[in-house]
Design a protein around this ligand. Structure first.
Ligand code: PLP
Length: 396
């Protein structure tokens, strides 16, 4: 079959491909350390699982309203109010089958062919394919390691054209763990207001924040910014619920209603049972989240220290999420990277082969000098992994 042109330009997910490779080795009995996974290594808390079981037993198993049950929308509205002092109406909320699905819906309803969307690099792997699927033009803007890989006003201004419609922000960031300060967001927000940009604020890691930092998104800074911002969040990362597939969008009513309409013609409602579980996640006790964040903070310190112990490696200090993005480019000469090869890919292949260590090449996130390590794995595996990397690199 001749596949549609818009699908032919979409590569398969690199993170999933790496996982498949690591699992294949594991199946052959190889002891692989996997730093590739993008999900918490904890189980969904008991109270949330019980809420889902109750939903099944009570027969809550039919279609629900397309954009989410009122009870869940209320819990989402309450979260935004309590955590961020942002007020939304139910018509400004859409619950989707995971945050990824919410974003996909939004990209589809936001862009006409040729509209430009600014995507600061390093970026989460799905933004560019989502833009292409919506026939928008992804404008990838490289950021500097010296600025913690955060977009500056000068970089934003230099990338604007008359077709620029939207800016994507992701804080804490996947893959760097970088967190924007309120001051940095204010400066970017000023440009967005001057140029009439929309903003997509991907806050999926908002609760996984270290060093006592308080979360800020751009919508919290001014009502005029809230009026131009679509906020994405979900239960996957905060509540270790990646498999449940519940995410939510909040934003201007016209966009949310259009995205709801699109959802009504594609997936219909997210799973009824998972919605009940998400209500419990948002409304129930939050101590499991605090315990998980404390553990991630310990691991962040440990994996950062161990990475910086490797000669030639530099790395920004993550303020949140569960990823480290160290720069290994000092080794690319010794790896003899060919002209048609990418250094991070050659290094990732070498580490899998030599150290039995799986990490995602930075080129997949738009920054070839780095590898992404997920530290959603045990303290012992982190120690083993970094020892193996150090030994493998010393052989070069
Ligand atoms: C930055 C970012 N945004 C959104 C998502 C979507 O998560 P989910 O679809 O599980 O809600 C992810 C998941 O990896 C992510 O890393």
């Amino acid at each position: 079959m001749q596949l549609a042109a818009r699908i032919r330009q979409i590569p398969p997910s690199a993170t999933l491909a790496l996982n498949a490779k690591a699992n294949q080795l594991k199946a052959q009995g190889v002891d692989v350390v996997n730093f590739g996974v993008g999900e918490p290594d904890f189980d969904t808390p008991e109270n949330i699982r019980e809420a889902a079981i109750r939903a099944i037993q009570e027969g809550f198993t039919r279609y629900t309203p397309v954009g989410g049950i009122p009870e869940l929308k209320d819990a989402v509205i309450q979260k935004f109010q309590e955590d961020y002092q942002l007020s939304y109406k139910p018509s400004e909320i859409l619950v989707s089958c995971g945050g990824k699905h919410g974003l996909y819906n939004l990209f589809q309803v936001m862009f006409d062919p040729g509209d430009e969307v600014i995507i600061p690099a390093p970026f989460w792997v799905s933004y560019v394919p989502m833009a292409l699927l919506a026939e928008a033009k992804p404008v990838v803007v490289p950021t500097q390691e010296a600025n913690d890989f955060k977009l500056t006003v000068a970089e934003l201004k230099a990338s604007l054209t008359p077709r620029t419609k939207t800016l994507v922000l992701n804080s804490p960031s996947n893959p760097t763990g970088g967190v924007y300060t309120p001051k940095e967001l204010e400066a970017l927000g000023q440009v967005a207001l001057e140029k009439g940009l929309y903003i997509i604020s991907d806050d999926i890691y908002d609760k996984i924040l270290f060093d006592g930092a308080r979360f800020t998104n751009i919508a919290m800074l001014a009502p005029e910014l809230k009026a131009r911002t679509f906020v994405l969040n979900g239960v996957s990362k905060t509540y270790a619920m990646t498999g449940w597939r519940i995410g939510y969008l909040a934003g201007p009513e016209d966009g949310i209603q259009a995205a709801t309409n699109l959802q009504s013609q594609s997936t219909s409602n997210p799973t009824s049972i998972a919605q009940k579980a998400a209500v419990e996640a948002l409304n129930g006790p939050q101590d499991a989240v605090a315990a998980m964040v404390a553990e991630f903070a310990w691991r962040r310190d440990d994996i950062l220290k161990r990475s910086l112990d490797i000669p030639g490696v530099t790395c920004t200090k993550p303020g949140g999420a569960f990823y480290l993005f160290p720069n290994f480019s000092a080794y690319y000469d010794r790896l003899k990277v060919g002209p048609d090869q990418k250094g991070s890919q050659v290094l990732a292949d070498y580490l899998l082969e030599e150290a039995k260590l799986a990490a995602v090449p930075g080129v997949e996130f738009g920054e070839d000098r780095c590898l992404r390590f997920s530290y959603a794995t045990s303290r012992e595996r982190i120690a083993t992994g970094l020892t193996r990397i150090k030994e493998a690199l010393a052989k070069l």
